[in-house]
Design a protein around this ligand. Structure first.
Ligand code: TIU
Length: 222
């Protein structure tokens, strides 16, 4: 085992790259591009685009170093049978999950808007997890995939910081994974939620995990 030290708060964290996975959360057109679900909820989607370049740099480094890279997509079956009404009922009725949007039915698997943005498109062989919830572990194969590769540490990137990234980090923390969140590789429609979400992760001695940034992760990966 060859470990490398990643600069982070509340303290540096040693990782074994062979047992570390990058988890890229929901970098989907529906969240990042105009006309998608994020915008229908009343959000300024341009705020999320700041995370794309740092995510791309981190992805490229992770691929070069042979880290496991996993992508997630939030979305539902076409008949909405896996979508709780409590979730579907958010937003204006004409713009809800399953409603027709400019990029196909909103957050429906197989529709254009559900797909991952071209800049961060999964490479051949990288697992893609289709998740019905906010957390990447809920009702998915993610834990099994990580266990089969003896993954101990997750570098969690994506959108949005306080919703799907946070929920996934909390789920991972309860399952025994060490989570590192590079601050510039995630983003929120609400800058203050991004800030406070990251502070929540690293507070109390790192109650949910570690907060770093792409420069420090890239330096550690080499
Ligand atoms: N992926 C994710 O964060 N789903 C959301 O619905 N996020 C919002 O911030 N709305």
């Amino acid at each position: 085992m060859t470990t490398t030290l990643v600069g982070a708060e509340p303290e540096p964290i040693a990782i074994d790259p062979a047992r570390t996975a990058v988890v890229m959360i929901d970098m989907q057109r529906d969240f990042l591009e105009p006309g998608g679900f994020g915008e229908t909820l009343g959000n300024d989607v341009s705020l999320l685009n700041a995370a794309v370049a740092p995510c791309r740099a981190l992805l490229q480094s992770a691929r070069r170093q042979g880290l496991l890279v996993v992508h997630t997509r939030e979305g539902h079956r076409a008949d909405l049978s896996d979508a709780p009404p409590a979730k579907v009922e958010r937003g204006a009725p004409s713009l809800r999950i399953g409603a027709p949007g400019p990029m196909g039915r909103i957050l429906i698997r197989g529709e254009a808007g559900h797909d991952i943005i071209p800049a961060l498109y999964p490479a051949a062989g990288e697992p893609i997890i289709d998740k019905p919830g906010k957390g990447a572990f809920y009702a998915t194969e993610l834990h099994a995939i990580l266990q089969h590769r003896a993954i101990a540490t997750l570098i969690v990137c994506g959108v949005t910081t306080e919703v799907c990234v946070h929920t996934t980090v909390r789920e991972a923390n309860d399952r025994g994974y060490r989570c590192i969140v590079p601050s510039d590789c995630c983003a929120s429609y609400f800058p203050e939620f991004h800030e406070v979400g990251l502070r929540m992760i690293k507070a109390q001695g790192g109650i949910f995990g570690w907060v770093s940034d792409s420069a420090r992760v890239l330096a550690a990966l080499g």
